[in-house]
Design a protein around this ligand. Structure first.
Ligand SMILES: [Fe+2]
Length: 470
């Protein structure tokens, strides 16, 4: 367990509730926001950390709020709204009735009786956003996405799937299949014979198309997965759950999982067209939230880039205490696995010598392809305190940081007509601890020099992911 973050007074604001909902037509801007930037950066963030006078147990349980920075002619507008989830309605009533990621419901043990394999988890959609055709959803790792209006941030309601599939745990990191125009994701179904189900969700329809089913005795906790041109890749870290115990334990989601490093990590590689299991490939134990990219190379190689931790200690570190989080962010490695699909071998190498998280690439043209640039938040002080651009071909990097400033996930936006892989800007919501508020930062993606910043009217709590909507 790592020590409490050394700069607690600085990061504390990022874990402080934001209750105010506001809309501002024009934020104060310093520098110059490119006039070609027209659209909106919409992000979801945990924003409420106390419910009924009780501090929630974990950063991942903060009640979801949307933030929207709109761009037009160099001007920047701002709006923020809570998502109208069951979790938020409960929170307004001072209640936390459902099991969170790591927060217990406030109810007596006698009320815990539930049907087996129907765990009573929260719908709090605070992790990521996705577009399905013309619809937008906010997601967490329970399969109850919530649809919202990307302009007004109004909640439109729970997205109901028009199929009979039963899901218990999923990811908030779906991929996009440009050929089929599908959102691709997986879920785990907990049962006496559990399974992973990989599926595609076409636009304009809410019936999932099953791509593959993989039986699994004890499903692994997987926050994301990989998609190359031909394959879907599940990286099963040995953080596993016994499904039969989930309902009975009454414990919040992640506390049902057990770390068994002696079992190693297994890559399950599935053919995207046929759904057949191409192979299972084993390597040493590690833990990871985020895949960066995956692509085929040569005759039989599959390349898989991800942000690796030695173990899942990061989950423990991110429990909330009054001053911030219980621990600091453990070191990570930007790691490349190369799987020889025919020979069955797995080898790995570090792509850079730097602790990074929250990876992004220029997704649409680069995912599933060989690529050069990935963007991250970096950590030196024990919390995410810089933005880092890494050339994965040689490990060289460019960085941005400023005193007492804590940036969120960097999102690349391509300049129309620019063919260079880094031809555009990188956007990030940064907490300025000294000023006591956040700002939207615009970096030139090529030089990584600051172009502009737009001051938000308040602090925006530390969040996870967002999308640029054109
Ligand atoms: Fe994530």
């Amino acid at each position: 367990m790592t020590d409490t973050i050394s700069l607690q007074t600085d990061v504390r604001l990022g874990f402080t509730s934001l209750e105010e909902e506001t809309a501002v037509d024009r934020l104060p801007v310093s520098g110059e926001v490119p006039a070609w930037l027209t659209g909106a950066l919409v992000r979801v963030t945990p924003a409420l950390f106390e419910v009924g006078g009780r501090r929630l147990a974990h950063w991942f349980d903060g009640v979801a709020m949307l933030n929207r920075f709109g761009f037009a002619d160099g001007r920047v507008s701002y709006r923020n709204r809570f998502l109208d989830s069951v979790a938020h309605r409960d929170a307004k009533a001072g209640e936390w009735r459902h099991r969170g990621f790591a927060t217990d419901p406030c109810r007596s043990i006698f009320k815990r009786v539930q049907s087996l394999f129907s765990p009573d988890f929260t719908d709090n959609p605070n992790v990521n956003l996705a577009r399905i055709g013309e619809r937008y959803i906010a997601m967490t790792e329970t399969p109850m996405p919530i649809e919202f209006d990307p302009e007004t941030l109004d909640t439109l309601g729970r997205l109901h799937y028009h199929d009979t599939l039963k899901a218990h745990a999923t990811t908030a990191h779906p991929h996009h299949d440009p050929k089929r125009e599908e959102l691709v994701n997986y879920f785990a179904r907990f049962s006496r014979v559990s399974e992973y189900v990989l599926y595609g969700l076409p636009p304009g329809d809410s019936a999932r198309r099953v791509i593959a089913r993989l039986p699994v005795k004890e499903p692994a906790y997987m926050h994301a997965f990989g998609m190359s041109g031909r394959h879907l890749i599940l990286a099963e870290y040995p953080l596993r759950v016994n499904p039969a115990r989930v309902a009975l334990s009454g414990k919040p989601f992640i506390e049902n999982y057990r770390w068994r490093p002696e079992e190693g990590t297994r890559f399950q590689v599935i053919d995207r067209e046929t759904g057949a299991l191409r192979g299972t490939y084993e390597t040493d134990a590690f833990f990871c939230f985020h895949h960066v990219n995956a692509f085929e190379r040569g005759e039989s190689e599959l390349v898989l880039d991800l942000v690796a931790y030695e173990d899942p200690g990061v989950i423990d570190a991110l429990y909330l205490v009054s001053e911030g989080t219980k621990g600091s962010l453990p070191p990570t490695e930007l790691r490349r696995y190369v799987i020889d699909l025919d020979a069955g071998t797995v080898r790995s190498e570090a792509l850079a010598d730097r602790t990074v998280e929250l990876p992004r690439i220029d997704y649409a043209p680069r995912n599933a392809s060989d690529y050069a640039y990935a963007y991250f938040t970096g950590s030196g002080s024990g919390w995410l305190d810089s933005l880092v651009k890494i050339d994965v071909r040689d490990g060289t990097r460019r960085e941005w940081s400023a005193p007492d400033c804590y940036p969120g996930e960097p999102i690349f936006v391509r300049r129309p007509g620019d063919e260079a892989e880094d031809g555009g800007v990188v956007l990030s919501v940064v907490l300025d601890a000294t000023a006591g508020r956040s700002f939207l930062l615009v970096l030139d993606a090529g030089s990584f020099e600051e172009l502009a910043r737009a001051d938000a009217p308040h602090h925006i709590p530390f969040g996870f992911h967002g999308q640029y909507l054109r």
